[in-house]
Design a protein around this ligand. Structure first.
Ligand code: HEC
Length: 162
């Protein structure tokens, strides 16, 4: 009887350890594989804001794509973002200095592509809306344009954070 008990205890322990390992591997995989892309503004009337946008490394943790950042700067200045946002100063929208140190890339892409959905569904965006009492405009940008703007925001933060 005794050896059987020990054997089954060992088996249980082995199973438990395997279970933990499996779960961890799964988590590692899901953060390593690309999260589903944020869909384009126009194509997503039924876009449901994912609950995990704020998970993972902050945008500033990754290297800047200089080419995209250059395009992003042009978009930022030409698309009307400057009407409400500045760096180092609050306007009708939040001060964007340092924003890439507090947000993930996906969160910002979603905010840029679906500001209206974000203030309704995303907890951080809801809170911002409660503070600023202005709804950020949806400019109907493409996902690539949103990514370019995020690269520009990262570049601004890297330059100012030296
Ligand atoms: C009408 C004013 C307005 C315009 C135009 C605007 N925004 Fe916003 N933005 C806001 C407000 C207000 C918020 C806070 C959320 C809300 O209330 O909608 C915000 C939030 C943000 C945030 C998140 C800030 C944080 O602290 O996390 C980012 C990033 C951002 N905007 C980028 C942009 C970009 C890029 C553009 C141009 C494509 C843009 N915004 C155009 C008003 C504006």
């Amino acid at each position: 009887m005794r050896p059987t008990l020990i054997a089954s205890a060992a088996l249980l322990l082995a199973l438990a350890l395997a279970g933990c390992g499996g779960k961890q591997a799964q988590q590692e995989q899901s953060s390593a594989t690309a999260a589903p892309p944020v869909p384009a503004a126009g194509a997503a009337a039924d876009y449901v804001v994912p609950a995990d946008l704020d998970q993972g490394p902050r945008a500033a943790a990754s290297a800047v794509d200089e080419e995209k950042a250059e395009l992003g700067e042009k978009l930022f200045n030409s698309k009307g973002c400057v009407a409400c946002h500045a760096f180092g100063k609050r306007m009708s929208g939040p001060d964007l200095a340092g924003v890439t140190r507090s947000r993930t890339e996906r969160w910002m892409e979603s905010q840029i592509l679906h500001p209206d959905k974000m203030t309704q569904q995303d907890p951080i965006s809801k809170e911002l809306f409660a503070t600023y009492k202005v709804q950020m405009t949806n400019f109907g940008l493409t996902p690539d344009e949103a990514k370019a703007i995020v690269e520009f925001l990262k570049k601004k933060d890297k330059e100012s954070g030296k």
